[in-house]
Design a binder for this molecule. Structure first.
Ligand SMILES: Cc1ncc(COP(=O)(O)O)c(C=O)c1O
Length: 353
């Protein structure tokens, strides 16, 4: 029985993306991003975001975050992010490495989202005494968050205002930007720079590409020497047309939003059935991630039946502890999740009640 909820990266790539890669394979093209597909894509990004942007494609979300944060932050600077942010806990120190020693400062916040007050407290506590303390240089927020929640634009704007007051830049880790935009029903511009975001790590991989992430600068002047930073960081692809072709197909006809809408819908279906079975998701299911406390017996039954999902660490900020007799499960849907997969999973929920 097919029940794959481990990760959106467990899915393959969307056929339209693969077709675009095959199409791009014909003939020769100038290497290192000086090709027609990349040039066209750069214009497409400007249209999409309704302004001039500078775009740098890279192969992983970690490199997008790390290079972006390194660009915004001096080695004696700090990036404030959620204590469970991917950059904080799942990037093996890449932002600090590329940033020559910059420091990530984790701030707790309910539902995986930063809130202005704890950010303001962290800013008061850690910074201000020059030259003895590190300088706050950037605020990084993850949209959709690691908990599957989505910041509303007023929440982003409040955080951005706080950052702006301190002369800090605002970075958005948008590994699941599509899921967030699809849920919010906003334009990409409204969901990013108009809410106060300066730099976006725009992920396509989880959404349906093979491996394609974009670092988008909403102020191209800020991108000065980013080309060198990406090259030096080993992330300038020589056969660049293939990464550009993936994005071209991803953005064409709003494919990215259609795929994200499907993934979100599958998460909604899971969440509704779990709620009906008395297992309410721990946080609002705004995107394609559902966190639930599963009783051991049910967890075992699901495992035996072949359901794939991660049981996560028990130190997530809220709720602080997983009660005994339960596991904290993270279920992730994707553009490739089949309704039948969800329904197989749902059918297994019933006997425990
Ligand atoms: C929130 C978030 N940011 C970034 C990434 C990108 O990671 P990777 O380097 O694996 O592409 C991930 C992947 O799990 C993620 O969940």
């Amino acid at each position: 029985m097919h029940m794959e909820f481990a990760s959106d990266n467990a899915a393959g790539a969307a056929p339209a993306v693969l077709d675009a890669v095959v199409r791009a394979n014909g003939g020769y093209a100038t290497a290192y991003g000086d090709d027609a597909i990349t040039k066209q894509l750069e214009r497409r990004f400007c249209e999409l975001f309704e302004r001039d942007v500078a775009v740098f494609l890279v192969g992983t979300g970690t490199s997008a975050n790390a290079l972006a944060l390194a660009h915004l932050t001096p080695p004696w600077g700090a990036v404030l992010c959620h204590s469970e942010a991917h950059a904080m806990v799942h990037e093996c120190g890449a932002p600090e490495f590329f940033g020559g020693g910059l420091r990530l400062v984790g701030v707790e916040g309910g539902g995986g989202k930063l809130q202005p007050e704890p950010v303001a407290v962290a800013l008061e506590r850690h910074f201000g005494l020059r030259p003895h303390q590190i300088l706050p240089a950037a605020l990084s927020l993850t949209q959709a968050s690691e908990y599957g929640t989505v910041y509303r634009t007023d929440e982003i704007a409040a955080l951005a205002a706080l950052a702006r007051d301190r002369g800090m830049a605002v970075h958005m880790d948008g590994a699941r930007f599509g899921n967030a935009v699809a849920r919010l029903g906003l334009t990409p511009a409204d969901a990013s720079w108009r809410a106060g975001v300066d730099i976006l790590s725009f992920g396509a991989t989880k959404g349906g590409a093979l491996a394609a992430e974009a670092i988008v600068f909403f102020d191209p002047a800020r991108a000065e020497a980013m080309a060198e930073r990406r090259k030096r960081g080993g992330h300038l692809l020589s056969k660049h047309r293939f990464i550009a072709a993936q994005f071209e197909a991803f953005l064409a006809d709003s494919l990215w939003l259609k795929l994200a809408t499907h993934a979100n819908g599958m998460a909604d279906r899971l969440a509704a059935a779990l709620t009906n079975a008395g297992i309410k998701p721990l946080w609002p299911v705004d995107a394609n991630i559902v966190f639930v406390l599963l009783p051991h017996a049910l967890h075992e039954r699901l495992q035996i039946a072949g359901a794939h999902y991660y049981v996560t660490h028990t130190d997530r900020s809220d709720p602080a502890n997983v009660p005994s007799g339960f596991v904290l499960a993270r279920l992730v849907t994707s553009f490739a999740t089949m309704e039948s997969s969800v329904d197989n999973f749902i059918a297994l929920l019933k006997p425990t009640q």
